[in-house]
Design a protein around this ligand. Structure first.
Ligand code: ZN
Length: 501
């Protein structure tokens, strides 16, 4: 009986995953190549699919089948494939039951429209034009948070979509531990008197040359172009479309290849996680990434710990010089220092490893206040600028480089931002463990050898899918709770060396 129910659930959810993957393809298409006039109908397509998925996931028959399996010996071992799948199917079903179909559709519609409005408003510095879209999405997210009823803090319901098991309170505790040492490190770096010359990173960078360097590097570290592709978009992202189809995007600046390259490596980190999932579990939680923070741990790890290391560049710098001959005039030491420059700046996606987390902390504070109704959308520009001043001593000259810079809120992704800083913490803790297990991976990177490190990540993290919740995964891999200490130690060691402090 329980086995029969499980088999039916498996079929139902695998088919659901197939419909979800069609949504991913529509989303990828919308962000890379849809003609402008196609956006309106695309929003309708996405909302229709969201309504359909909402009905599928809230089907009362699922509740009965889940109950039959949950009371059986089939899930006695909580780490078995069956138990893991049932745990996550239950979560998805309960969530869908709490959100009326009309709200699910309205959220999807508002998210599509919001993202489209943001794409126009951001370059035009048009806060007032964007505000009604943001107000609409915030109203709906508050309604969703109330409907989810997870704990006393409405925001906690929203985080679950990105970080199952996490809470605002726990995040606040981690961020409180992190922000003091980071601010202190930033201060010491500023007082060091050492100022890398970031100007040396600018030079004629034809897109075709950027493309070939990016392809060379991403392929070498393990991205499979048989299982994926790379395109251009306004905001770089990774789309896991389906088994064998994981796509990344980047954006180009013809005056410097550096931004496109690091964006592409970041997205490659996401893609390696997706390409490394156990294919036999495709379409089930056991074969699905567990959270955005674990996802970000992979992207940030490759982007920063690997691709900003001296070892990595001792291998790739000759190739970079072939693509961009003007690098002949830039020593590898100066290049390495410049790509690791720490300097408070306006834009999160361009931020260095030290200030990056402060960008996240301020966004977390703002979105928590929004969902709590302590502030309203119209208050955001002032609240944003006040925090930029407090954390960085900077005031954005316009909304484009201020409150309008990120896509997340326009698409309703409230609760996503913490994943980046949590991801940095997970990354540092995983990296410390990998070093203990493999020896210093940088020695391998210097020889252009990435397979042992990728295999380690794959076995410890990618192949686990959603077997463990994020906090359990870090305990299983490293033997310890998630601790900001690893990120703080990593940053202090690295930057004490680079800045002679
Ligand atoms: Zn990312």
């Amino acid at each position: 009986m329980a086995q029969k129910s499980y088999d039916q659930l498996l079929e139902h959810f695998k088919e659901t995953a197939c419909f979800q993957s069609m949504g991913s393809l529509l989303g990828w298409d919308q962000r890379t190549c849809i003609p402008p006039a196609g956006n309106v109908y695309r929003a309708t397509q996405m909302a229709t699919l969201a309504g359909f998925l909402s009905r599928r996931l809230s089907d009362p028959k699922l509740g009965e089948m889940l109950a039959a399996v949950e009371s059986s010996s089939l899930v006695a071992d909580p780490l078995s494939d069956e138990a893991v799948n049932v745990r996550e199917w239950r979560r998805a079903h309960d969530r869908a039951c709490k959100i009326p179909e009309s709200l699910a559709k309205a959220l999807s519609q508002a998210a599509s429209e919001g993202e489209t409005a943001w794409e126009t408003a951001r370059p035009a510095n048009d806060w007032n034009g964007f505000l009604p879209f943001l107000e609409r999405i915030i109203d709906l997210k508050r309604e969703e948070a109330r409907a989810l009823e997870i704990g006393a803090e409405p925001y906690d319901g929203l985080i679950q979509d990105f970080e199952p098991g996490e809470s605002a309170r726990n995040i606040q505790a981690l961020f409180a531990e992190l922000s003091g040492p980071l601010t202190d490190l930033l201060q010491r770096i500023r007082e060091s008197g050492k100022k890398p010359d970031a100007g040396i990173l600018s030079g004629n960078s034809p897109i075709s040359a950027q493309n070939s360097l990016i392809r060379e590097i991403t392929q070498r570290i393990g991205f499979s172009f048989d299982w994926g592709r790379m395109d251009k978009s306004a905001h770089p992202f990774t789309a896991a479309i389906g088994l064998g189809d994981v796509r990344i995007t980047t954006r180009y600046d013809e005056n410097s290849f550096v931004s496109a390259l690091f964006s592409a490596i970041h997205e490659t980190g996401h893609a390696l996680y997706e390409q490394g999932l156990p294919p036999e579990h495709w379409g089930t939680p056991r074969g699905t990434p567990v959270s955005m923070a674990i996802h970000e741990s992979q992207s940030r790890l490759w982007e920063n710990m690997v691709a900003r290391s001296a070892g990595f560049w001792s291998f790739f710098y000759p190739t970079a010089r072939e693509c961009f001959p003007w690098l002949e005039g830039v020593s590898i030491e100066d290049f390495h220092l410049a790509i690791n420059e720490v300097s408070p700046s306006l834009i999160r996606t361009e931020a260095d490893e030290v200030t990056y987390n402060l960008h996240i902390i301020m966004r977390f504070e703002l979105e928590l206040a929004l969902i709590r109704k302590e502030i309203e959308a119209r208050d955001l520009p002032d609240a944003w600028n006040a925090r930029m001043q407090a954390y960085f001593g900077l005031t954005p000259p316009d909304h484009t480089t201020g409150v309008l810079q990120d896509v997340h809120w326009s698409g309703g992704s409230f609760g996503y931002f913490p994943s980046y800083a949590l991801g940095n913490m997970y990354a540092a803790q995983f990296y410390a463990k990998a070093k203990g297990d493999l020896g210093d991976p940088e020695v391998l990177f210097a020889g252009g050898i990435f397979a042992p490190f990728l295999s380690w990540l794959s076995a410890e993290i990618h192949q686990q899918g959603s077997r463990y919740l994020p906090r359990d995964l870090v305990r299983a891999v490293t033997g310890e709770e998630l601790r900001p200490k690893y990120l703080i130690d990593y940053l202090y060691n690295k930057y004490a060396n680079l800045y002679n402090i």
